[in-house]
Design a protein around this ligand. Structure first.
Ligand SMILES: [Zn+2]
Length: 644
């Protein structure tokens, strides 16, 4: 279990380092992450590279039993780079050329940047490779954040990318559609920067994502070559950020890493970034948001929540609050003055607990029978074609996920192309873009007997962001047993009626409505007011061994809960446990034991009766009625040899 903090020795006098290292050791810190913004400290003038200060910092930390995750650092160059090589700067969508003063203001495809970045990153990797105190590597920080570029040079690189992808300009014309506003190309060099064309917009987003993944791949491969045996990770940014397909990024690294910024990030982010690899590390666990009134216990609770969702480590951001710079008031564990405080004591409490539990937690993993699907391409396609904030797909995914959380149902969150063979229930809300791979994947899942739920505004466009010329949901219409003829926003809620799901009787449809025409599906619920009265809103279709539900609107609260409960019953999925409101139960499963995390988000204590066989994970004592303090966490254990 990696437990620690982000540390910036370059921002503090060297005389302070021993105090920091001793305090970290006392708090149980075993890992620090360093170096992601250290270019100016390594190379204050061009060519004068000095790693000795970092060598000393690593040695000191190692002497205190603390290992290091070392970062490459090239996306935040020092001022001399911008002065001597102004071509590194990227250009924003509005044409403004960035200047020095912020971070990440570089174009990853610019030749000057590529040369300088590869030089400093290679120097860092070569210097620290083989160091026994370094356990793994992080490729830069938040790769892709703010790196989008809309300059003429990137346009030419984009045109080359299109040449590679499409081969002939005729194929590009056919794929994107021709002659709308005279959009028809006689050569790739006529393709413009994106403005408001949905096909071009989606492809440019793919291109930018591709650059971000390529940046990470180059460094990951070099690290594996020069420092074999060390893991490579990088931190995926907060949930609403979608500049990069993180499922593709995960393919070029060993261990997906992430920022975890509760309460701003929905809990879904933990399952989504764990993703197809089934593992992740929190590389930036926020101790609290700046100026957010976070009381006693929340920092530890959030960190345990990440572990409960499958994290193999938690690195708090950051050790000590910066005394200067753009994040001067972004909190660290320690305050500006560096003395012990409430957050330090919480860190130390968790550090002591993980000395007992760390390896045992590492020996377990999350096992889900339910998967939520959400792809980046779908979100990009929708944004490039119909950017309606209320209708964005991730909002519906969050709604479903929060309901599954309230029911304590363990859930994976995957790309729609992901392997679905482990699941009994798959919910794919607002699957706007459906390519052939997604359609085949879902069809195979249902044919194997799976239960699939689709929702409104699905199967709208193909992989090029072109609308289908068959009724929606396009290639999913057959398995869903419905055809959709129209999609409208709902300016006010519409009442529903259902004989099959009594909880939907009188419930409200919100946000949008598909106009549904069942072909082979049966109707489970209908609209009960307005001009839609009597029209279907929820259908079920039996397809080979499985079933496909189609919800043609958005449900919230009790209505959504009733639908999710129905889907779980049909699919035969059990929750981990039933808990009182505000208490969540999570399970991690291993060969030797299974661990139950009970997290109480109420300010007051709660208790619940446990099924037989659970013991306190720390003391081994059997527990029948478990008490959980306010804003507190209990870990229980069950193992075959303990159960009589
Ligand atoms: Zn550019």
């Amino acid at each position: 279990m990696y437990f620690g903090v982000q540390y910036y020795p370059e921002q503090w006098p060297e005389s302070r380092w021993p105090i920091d290292a001793a305090m970290m050791q006392r708090a149980g810190v075993n890992t620090v992450r360093m170096g992601e913004f250290a270019w100016s400290a390594y190379e204050p003038r061009e060519g004068q590279i000095d790693f000795r200060w970092m060598d000393r910092a690593i040695q000191l930390l190692n002497e205190h039993g603390i290992r290091v995750i070392m970062c490459t650092c090239s996306r935040t160059p020092p001022p001399w780079v911008f002065k001597k090589y102004p071509g590194v700067a990227n250009t924003r969508f509005d044409g403004h050329v960035n200047r020095y003063g912020q971070r990440y203001t570089v174009g990853l495809a610019h030749p000057e940047f590529i040369a300088l970045a590869e030089r400093i990153d290679r120097a860092v990797i070569e210097h620290f490779a083989g160091h026994p105190g370094i356990i793994g590597w992080q490729v830069d920080n938040e790769v892709g954040g703010f790196n989008d570029c809309y300059c003429e040079r990137c346009l030419r690189t984009f045109q080359d990318y299109l040449r590679d992808k499409y081969g002939t300009v005729e194929r590009l014309n056919q794929s994107w559609g021709e002659h709308f506003w005279s959009f028809h190309f006689s050569d790739f060099d006529e393709v413009p920067l994106p403005a408001n064309n949905p096909q071009l917009g989606l492809e440019y987003r793919r291109f930018m994502s591709h650059l971000n993944v390529a940046f990470t791949r180059w460094r990951s491969e070099l690290i594996h070559q020069l420092d074999p045996g060390k893991f490579v990770t990088t931190n995926f940014q907060s949930f609403t950020i979608k500049h990069t397909d993180y499922f593709k990024m995960a393919e070029v690294i060993d261990l997906p890493g992430m920022n975890h910024y509760p309460p701003r990030s929905p809990e879904l982010i933990l399952d989504y970034y764990r993703g197809a690899k089934g593992k992740m590390i929190v590389l930036e666990q926020l101790s609290r948001l700046a100026f957010c009134d976070t009381g006693e216990g929340w920092m530890r609770l959030w960190a345990y929540r990440a572990l409960a969702h499958g994290a193999c480590g938690t690195i708090f951001f950051r050790w000590r609050t910066a005394r200067y710079g753009q994040e001067q008031h972004a909190d660290g564990i320690l305050p500006h003055a560096g003395q012990e405080n409430r957050r330090y004591r919480e860190l130390a409490r968790m550090g002591a607990e993980l000395k007992t539990m760390g390896e045992r937690i590492d020996a377990t993993h999350v096992e889900a029978r339910v998967a939520l699907l959400m792809g980046y391409e779908s979100r990009w396609a929708m944004e490039a074609g119909l950017d309606l904030p209320d209708m964005q797909g991730h909002l519906d995914v969050i709604r479903f996920h929060e309901d599954l959380l309230r029911k304590n149902v363990t859930t994976d969150a995957l790309d729609p192309h992901g392997d679905l063979s482990h699941y009994q229930l798959v919910i794919a809300p607002r699957l706007w873009l459906v390519d052939e791979g997604i359609a085949a994947n879902l069809r195979a899942f249902v044919e194997r007997g799976g239960v699939l739920c689709l929702t409104a505004a699905s199967g709208v466009v193909d992989e090029f962001n072109k609308s289908f010329d068959t009724p929606r949901p396009g290639p999913l219409a057959e398995i869903a047993g419905v055809e959709i003829s129209d999609l409208s926003p709902l300016e006010k809620p519409v009442r529903l009626s259902s004989a099959v799901l009594p909880a939907l009787e009188g419930a409200q449809a919100t946000v949008m409505a598909d106009e549904m025409h069942p072909t082979t599906a049966k109707v489970l619920a209908r609209y009960a007011s307005g001009w839609r009265k009597g029209l279907p809103v929820l259908t079920e279709n039996r397809w080979h061994g499985g079933r496909v539900f189609y919800l043609g609107t958005v449900l919230e609260g009790a209505a959504l809960s009733a639908l999710v409960g129905y889907l779980l019953r049909v699919a035969g999925v059990q929750p981990v446990l039933e808990t009182p409101p505000g208490v969540r139960a999570y399970q991690r499963v291993g060969e030797a034991e299974r661990l139950l995390f009970l997290i109480n988000e109420n300010e007051e204590p709660r208790s619940l009766v446990l099924p037989e066989g659970w013991r306190d994970a720390f003391t081994g004592m059997p527990v029948e009625v478990v008490e959980i303090g306010g804003v507190d966490v209990r870990i229980l254990s069950q193992s075959d040899f303990q159960v009589q």
